[in-house]
Design a protein around this ligand. Structure first.
Ligand code: NAD
Length: 249
């Protein structure tokens, strides 16, 4: 599939399913060595054998700072540095204003915001100058939703990080970009809603999408690979939408 990531060392958080797993497969097929992280060892082992080569798995919860340290200790020992980081791990939960609990807020912000922040910051000592960081945001960062205000606020924070961190890291020629998918065909929503609710939510999402369908995980992976590679060498601080047009109309 080409070799535009030849010799690069990449890290992808939450890569045992969905967009993270698809991106790990694409990165490897484009020549990278990939470290994937995930919550459960069994899922990590299955993903590593599915990807097949040039991949290692490390169990790590992004909301646990000691776990993040462990990831970078292993990578430092094995490869010495990182060229590409895709901070992808995330969760969604639904609650309207009036029913938002402290737990709801903390769970989403601990994983989607705090976890992503420390995933990036703790990588910096072993991050290669000239490398690329991609942050997983969402069209939710620029849209309202009656039941998703906390999730959308978390993704707006992620989009904002890309702007500021571009400034922090420009002297090292490290680019920082956000990717914002629309509805993508992964288990993501079904982890928070039952099957019927998920179907309803996704039907509405597709109706709101000019292209009239969900995206595939690999359609996001292709955009992430572009941002990871030298093909995007003069692009930093952006939000790249992969949304079938949903947030553009
Ligand atoms: P997914 O549920 O398949 O992937 C999320 C991954 O994150 C899973 O592998 C999960 O195990 C992992 N994860 C969750 N909590 C974690 C934690 N504490 N530590 C480490 N890993 C953790 O769904 P996906 O759609 O591939 O989601 C990936 C990212 O894409 C998420 O950040 C999500 O917000 C974003 N996104 C998804 C969609 C969509 O429609 N699927 C749209 C916009 C943005």
């Amino acid at each position: 599939m080409g070799n535009k990531l030849e010799g690069k060392i990449a890290v992808i958080t939450g890569a045992t399913s969905g967009i993270g797993l698809a991106t790990a497969k694409r990165f490897v097929s484009e020549g990278a060595y990939v470290f994937i992280t995930g919550l459960y060892q069994k899922e990590i082992d299955e993903s590593v054998s599915e990807i097949g080569k040039n991949v290692s798995g490390i169990q790590s919860d992004v909301s646990n700072l000691a776990d993040i340290d462990k990831v970078y200790d292993v990578i430092k020992d094995q490869k010495g540095h990182i060229d590409i980081l895709f901070a992808n791990a995330g969760i969604i939960q639904f609650a309207p204003l009036g029913e938002i609990s402290e737990k709801h807020f903390d769970q989403i912000f601990d994983i989607d915001v705090k976890g992503l922040l420390f995933t990036v910051q703790k990588a910096l000592p072993i991050f290669q100058d000239g490398g690329s960081i991609i942050l997983m945001a969402s069209i939710g960062a620029s849209k309202g939703s009656a039941n998703l205000s906390v999730y959308h606020a978390a993704k707006a924070a992620v989009r904002s990080f890309a702007r500021s961190w571009t400034l922090n890291l420009s002297t090292r020629n490290i680019r920082v970009n956000a990717v914002s998918p629309g509805p993508i065909d992964t288990p993501f929503v079904n982890r928070a809603l039952n099957d019927q609710q998920t179907q309803q939510f996704l039907q509405n999402a597709v109706k709101a999408t000019p292209m009239g369908r969900m995206g595939s995980p690999d359609e996001v992976a292709k955009a992430v690979s572009f941002l990871a590679s030298d093909d995007s060498s003069y692009i930093t601080g952006i939000e790249l939408f992969v949304d079938g047009g949903t947030a553009q109309i």
